[in-house]
Design a protein around this ligand. Structure first.
Ligand SMILES: C[S@@+](CC[C@H](N)C(=O)[O-])C[C@H]1O[C@@H](n2cnc3c(N)ncnc32)[C@H](O)[C@@H]1O
Length: 218
């Protein structure tokens, strides 16, 4: 059995090589589509970006939004995001655990974005995550999630399923060591069901490798 690794540890270790994921040739069409989509939908908004990583999407959103708060648990990620986006004056940064926010940022935002984070949320924490969004965002805020579609032969395959039905995939660390990272692939109906009583699905879009879900908090 491989080693299980805490998500925050995994991303701390991998932060300096994380952006390679955005160089994969086969992903370029999806990435272009998403960039335009985010610019269109976050025009003039005050956006909270959850689990913002190296700030790849933060930069795109900041081109059109009034303001973006880039939140991530991992200080190494925040530090890279600051360097990557140091010419964007409308981005603020917050290093914190989205499940344990202890700063007062309630209700300031009217939109939120989270990229490739939904699949890392354990099933048992999804309700807490949605509650947190409600706490941090104004009512009826628009929220956009994007994440991976499972593509047989290309996506990391599931290696392990725990007692709560969370699935784990094998990843290699920079030092060559293998580890198991929680990654739950969701289907459209799952997503809409999970959110149904707390958010209204406005639009679901399936690209080749990525789904986009746009909801309005209710
Ligand atoms: C797959 S990366 C996505 C990064 C970025 N959103 C993107 O699309 O490039 C997941 C991110 O979630 C962050 N993360 C993990 N656990 C977190 C938590 N509890 N609260 C906030 N961020 C977390 C990691 O540090 C990492 O930057």
């Amino acid at each position: 059995m491989e080693n299980f690794i805490e998500l925050s540890n995994y991303y701390s270790i991998q932060s300096s090589v994380y952006d390679k994921v955005y160089q994969k040739p086969e992903r370029q069409n999806d990435l272009k589509y998403i960039s335009i989509y985010l610019c269109d939908h976050f025009y003039n908004k005050e956006v909270l970006e959850i689990a913002s990583g190296t700030g790849y999407w933060t930069k795109k959103i900041a081109q059109k939004a009034n303001k973006v708060m880039s939140l991530d648990i991992c200080p190494e990620m925040i530090s890279i995001a600051k360097k990557n986006n140091d010419n964007c004056k409308n981005i603020e940064y917050l290093t914190t655990d989205i499940f344990n926010i202890n700063v007062q940022i309630n209700n300031f935002f009217n939109a939120a974005f989270s990229g490739f984070w939904w699949s890392h949320i354990p099933h048992s924490k999804i309700a807490h995550f949605i509650d947190t969004l409600h706490l941090l965002l104004q009512p009826m805020s628009q929220v956009i999630f994007i994440d991976n579609i499972y593509v047989p032969g290309i996506s990391h395959k599931v290696e392990f399923t725990d007692k709560d039905d969370n699935t784990y995939v094998l990843r290699y660390l920079k030092n060559g060591k293998k580890c198991l990272v929680l990654k739950n692939y969701h289907h459209k109906d799952d997503l809409i069901n999970i959110l149904s009583d707390r958010a209204k699905c406005v639009e679901y879009t399936a690209l080749e490798y990525t789904w986009i879900l746009r909801v309005s908090l209710v």
